[in-house]
Design a protein around this ligand. Sequence first.
Ligand SMILES: *Cc1c(COP(=O)(O)O)cnc(C)c1O
Length: 228
Amino acid sequence: MKTIAQNLLELRQSIFHAARGCGRDPKTIKLLAASKSQTLESIQEAYNAGQRVFGENYAQELREKASQLPRDIEWHMIGNVQRKNFKHLLGHCQWLDTLDSLELAETIERRSLEPINTLVQINIADETSKSGIAPEQLLPFLQSIRDFNKIKVLGMMCLPPFFEDPEQSRPYFQQMRTLLQSANAAKNFPHQLTELSMGMSHDFHVAIQEGATIIRVGSALFPPRSPL
Ligand SMILES: *Cc1c(COP(=O)(O)O)cnc(C)c1O
């Protein structure tokens, strides 16, 4: 089996080629290591190989890991957060990539001590099993949180349906890019939204072609995880 360092090297090469292949600067794409249920040792191994951005799916797991690992890791919350669990993230997590309701936004506004980088999760395929703001609700949603001081909205993330064939993810990634453009064109927000978090191990090269600025990779980097 390959080491995490080898996987990371190959991933960086793939990102480089995918970006160059569509005329993008590879440095504009952030690799987020999705480390749910990975051990501290595995995360440390990725860190030692140069990886600094990690994402977790559960607030308590993120807090546990963040408190035991190097302080210069940039932690993202990539799982859905129940309002009562937001407190676990305080002081540990620099990014919330899954803002999916006004209620959660209000909790953050009330409890956060400092602004948190935030992505709005979009339910891009209108799946009942997934949370997120409906695409047509994005503009009103942004409007409703525009005066929140603790929420620094930088863009959007999505988790489209899984397809074996990554080409089938492409239309959803394209819709995300269009949505970002229309949000910026509407100018009902104080600043431009620049981030699109989309694409995982099997389809990140397609996501990069469609404008992803953050890709979230787990299985292509880490050893197989034990079932949750
Ligand atoms: C686990 C996870 C990923 C990574 O998925 P892989 O297919 O293992 O690369 C990305 N995003 C979210 C929200 C995840 O939970």
